[in-house]
Design a protein around this ligand. Structure first.
Ligand SMILES: Nc1ncnc2c1ncn2[C@@H]1O[C@H](COP(=O)(O)OP(=O)(O)OP(=O)(O)O)[C@@H](O)[C@H]1O
Ligand SMILES: [Mg+2]
Length: 330
């Protein structure tokens, strides 16, 4: 059982070969051997590469792991903020990224998805109101995936941020400062709201991912969220980037293509649409219901491919691969 779990959190030589610009499996094996990088030998004689070995290998080839804070935000509920932050956290950890996931939603859905018992946890409210040391709130999900959980106690967080003399601009960054160097990627799952919690998350973000579903109501939520982000950026003199991510795309629904086309027509927006689409796949819902990730399921699925591409995009692996290929052909 433990073996199977370890294997599902490892990458295949094909996946690594693809990251390296189409290197063959034999080529990947050669690098593993020449740098003495540990692989897992499976029953089927295949080798798999666990997260820390993936890191060793990619760094050996010159990839620099990014250091950034990414939050998932949109005022509309149920569009995929939690599912996508969860899936990104898991998949990035497979690539050897040191991930800290932060659940800021009092519903604690990200916490539950990561199978962390939320009831007696220390949450962000404890850090802000009671000056709890941030280290004490951190739960270790795997070696390189940690979580600051959330529960209903955080329902007081917004009031606390409104009433106390908290400096919203620096609040999260200051709290994170003692542990920031322990992580590459900080992923923040936000509630579907326009409130002080989300403002604080925005101030701490380098990138804001805005998931939308191709339907008219989601487009309303998008405009509202973008207006708020623009205001916060100006008021607090911030420098973050934002990217829109299509989620729950179904090629059989004509309206989906229509809305994607409409959004892409806007020249101001085109550079803020991620070049990946997450398709609708019930495997995601079922996996999360069982407190699993899609990567824990034995079968491959479309959503797995989409999440993998999304993760590579966020980590900068796709851009790195293109540059490496260009440099090799120059
Ligand atoms: N690509 C997808 N395919 C199938 N189901 C999906 C997909 N993305 C999200 N879902 C499902 O949609 C539901 C809502 O997703 P999720 O909880 O991630 O949204 P949210 O934006 O975090 O919601 P809230 O605003 O309430 O926090 C969940 O049941 C999730 O499993
Ligand atoms: Mg959510």
């Amino acid at each position: 059982m433990e073996n199977q779990r370890t294997e599902r959190h490892a990458l295949t030589p094909n996946e690594i070969g693809d990251c390296l610009g189409g290197m063959t499996v034999q080529g990947v094996y050669r690098i593993l051997k020449s740098h003495n990088i540990q692989a897992i030998q499976t029953n089927s004689k295949r080798k798999l590469i666990p997260p820390l070995s993936v890191r060793q290998l990619l760094e050996e080839r010159g990839f620099q792991y990014p250091k950034k804070n990414v939050s998932f935000q949109i005022v509309k509920g149920g569009v995929g903020k939690t599912s996508l932050s969860f899936s990104l956290a898991i998949r990035a950890s497979h690539y050897g990224v040191r991930v800290l996931a932060i659940d800021l939603d009092q519903q604690g859905n990200l916490t539950k998805s990561l199978d962390v018992e939320a009831r007696n946890c220390l949450v962000w409210l404890d850090i802000i109101r009671d000056r709890t040391r941030i280290e004490e709130s951190i739960k270790k999900v795997t070696e390189n995936l940690h979580l600051i959980p959330s529960n209903l106690n955080n329902s007081r967080l917004d009031v606390e941020l409104t009433s106390s003399a908290v400096n919203l601009k620096d609040m999260m960054k200051d709290c994170l400062a003692p542990i920031r160097n322990n992580y590459d990627l900080i992923i923040i799952d936000c509630p579907p709201a326009i409130n002080k919690i989300n403002t604080a998350a925005t101030c701490a973000s380098d990138l804001i991912v805005i998931p939308i579903n191709p339907d008219p109501y989601a487009m309303d939520g998008l405009e509202f969220t973008l207006a708020e982000l623009t205001k916060i950026k100006k008021d607090f003199k911030l420098n973050f980037d934002f990217q829109i991510l299509w989620n729950r795309y179904d090629a059989r629904e004509r309206l989906g293509a229509f809305y994607m086309h409409e959004l892409a027509k806007n020249e101001d927006r085109i550079n803020n649409i991620l070049p990946v689409v997450i398709r609708t796949d019930t495997a995601l819902k079922n996996a999360i219901f069982d407190s699993k990730s899609i990567f824990d399921l034995p079968k491959k699925s479309t959503i797995r491919e989409d999440i993998d591409q999304f993760t590579r995009e966020i980590l900068g692996l796709n851009a790195w691969k293109e540059n490496t290929i260009k440099a090799a052909n120059a």
